[in-house]
Design a protein. Sequence first.
Lengths: 326, 531
Amino acid sequence: MVAFIIRRVLQAVGVLFAVGIISFSMFRFAGDPVNQIVSIDTPAAQREEVRRSLGLSDPVPVQFTRYLINTVRGDFGISYQFRQPISDLLAERMPATLELAFCATVFAVAFGILMGVYSGLRRESFLSKLFQTLSLIGISLPTFLIGILLIYLFAVTLGWLPSYGRGDTVRVGWWTTGFLTLSGLMALILPSITLGLFQMTLIMRIVRSEMLEVLRTDYIKFARARGLTTRAIHFGHALKNTLIPVITIVGLQLGSVIAFSIITETVFQWPGMGLLFVQAVQNVDIPIMAAYLMLVALIFVMINLAVDILYTVVDPRLRSTIRQPV
Amino acid sequence: MTIRAKVLAAAAAAFLVGTALPAMAVTLRYANQGDLKSLDPYTLNETTTNAHLGHIYEGLTKRGRDLTVEPGLAEKWEVSSDGLTWRLFLRKGVKFHNGNPFTADDVVFSANRVRAEGSNFQTRVPSDAEFVKVDDYTVDVKLKRPNPILNYQWDTWYIMDKEWSEANNTAAPTPAAATSPSYSSLNANGTGPFKAESHQPGVKTVFKKNPDWWGKVEHNLDEIVFTPIKSDATRVAALLSGEVDVIEPVPLQDIQRVNSSPNAQVLTGPELRTIFLGFDQTRDELLFSNIKGKNPFKDAKVREAFFKAIDIETIKSRVMRGLATPSALMIAPELFTYSKDFQRPKYDPDAAKKLLAEAGYANGFEVGMDCPNDRYVNDEAICQAVVGMLARVGVKINLMAQPKAQYFGKVLKSGNYQTSFYLLGWTPGTFDSHNVLFDIEGCRDNPASSRGESNLGNYCNKKHDELADKILVENDKAKRDQLIKEAFQITASEYGYIPLHQQALAWGVSKKVKLSQRADNSVLLYWAHKE
């Protein structure tokens, strides 16, 4: 088991290194950061000075080595735009993104399972058909469009919910939370729906098809023969077995919910890491871009590692294959 | 209800109204597409940033609603007869937000700080000008040569507190490449009508009214909350739903919708920035063209043909939805006395074809065009319209529209001016013609001088440059304007550039708010009234 984990960690380091190389080479094409830092009528001599002080006039291998060494030391540098350490900026923005991802996932799981179970059990009912149609919309409409539609319906036309931002936040230690104020909670609703809609439809479809599958199996028939109540059969036996793939999906999707909150955060001006990244791309703020990509890669690698380890805990059959690598 | 009860009720109601209203703080919420990145007033010279910081900090001069220069922290100034000494008389009794008095030391300190390495405002004060403290409220500026527009940009050269800056280890400007966070980029201590209450870069900035401000208060706000909202649709939605009171800009396609809503309207007006097209007139062979061995743009006839092939009225009505002012000059008409004497040559595609034939390009030619797609209002659409119009006279344009980060990296000096034909916008930072004559129209041939650094195609005329040099030191306004006119006439007669238009300002303002719109696109909320 220990050898397995060590091997996995080494692989993770390899992945992070590859992400580092790819992201660094991509920055060559992001544009010239100096032009974003100075105004258009800044004399060329001053521009050169800025370029030199940023280390951008060094040869590429030198820049890459410096970038690697600093990254390994956990020093992501100073943002070109904000003149603040990247680690501070990310720490300040992370609570917003994580709270949004959490709410979106809770929304997706709760409604996805409910709707999935219902449409699995009552396939022919009108409501199931409605859910199916809705899920089609959820899968096919792009996120930003859903966000804008929700804003126009609930913020502009009805005026019930805020159209942008996080509302009032409360500081608990270094963490800022929107859970403790009314405006913070109201502000979470629309972005959570926007971000979670795709996962919700995914979960709903999985639960529905799993439910249909499981209800046809023998042990359900035997349970019926034993005279158990429909309720016990559906929720005690059938639902439990449909949840295994759901857990896998939710786990793996959590990474992408965090990483791909970029669009939702842009539409709702949600002050999280995704918005920070988008602003960084527009302003060629290379240190933020680099740090964000590394962080996202790290989150993915960690989640995958955790899932792999959990599998071996859950399913003993996998352990033997781990001990003797194939 | 007895009379007595009625009287009591009325008294109670009056009491409630009387006490409740003043206690309700007036908060104005403002959203801009751009961000306020650093509070250090010498870090980024950009209109939006300067306007934000103008609430906290003040310059020695101010500019009024019509952009005239007015006294600011300097009550008045006198120029010696030889034009080499400026005596500044500072306003007395002014205090910084932390209570420190404003004195001559702060001016001398700020003059050094603004010219130090890392400042983006070095051109605000000539590098060889000497600031001498005469007494606590008098400063002499000694110049090496006369400069009639010395104080034209001082409205955005913000004066900082010497004591505060030194105490907080921020006596040097926060340079772009700061390796450690700077105190002054998160904190501010100015003399202005508002104080910086909190600043979360990229998220929110709160300004609080400064009750001890020296000037005449022209607003009724207690607090301004600024939020950057990058997404156009979200920004407009926030205005329409009443969550913000002022937004800038309103995208052209949303103007009608905002105006038809019950809550808000759009303030429009011509902006000072001139959008224009430029040609590479310096290389012997264009970088991006099928004509080899020669450069068609060196021929003034070709440039004239391009000018006449562009139907500016169509660009105005179709691309800009009426929100543009076609321009005959490389400077906004508001900034130059004789601008009315200049007329655009008429749109005439037949004449354009004839000119091209005369120049030896009867069958036209191909050329690449560079265009930003996220910098100016509908920039890419303007370029596409130009491509279509030039196609009608036989010129095939290969359009390269790209984000400003790539665009500027390619076409500016740092990218070695890699362009043959381009679209650019320019606002003279000094609000004066000399800036255009020097930066945009000046010859690039002397590598030691910064003349013509933004003249991407190197349009060059020596006579024009001689005039520009005279204009720089001419103290007599009438003579100076005449010289400026001559210089602009040279460029216009040679079709050195194709000025297109001034784009329109579009501010979305809640109907509860009254606001003055200044043509340089500075959103100044110290002139705002909110119901």
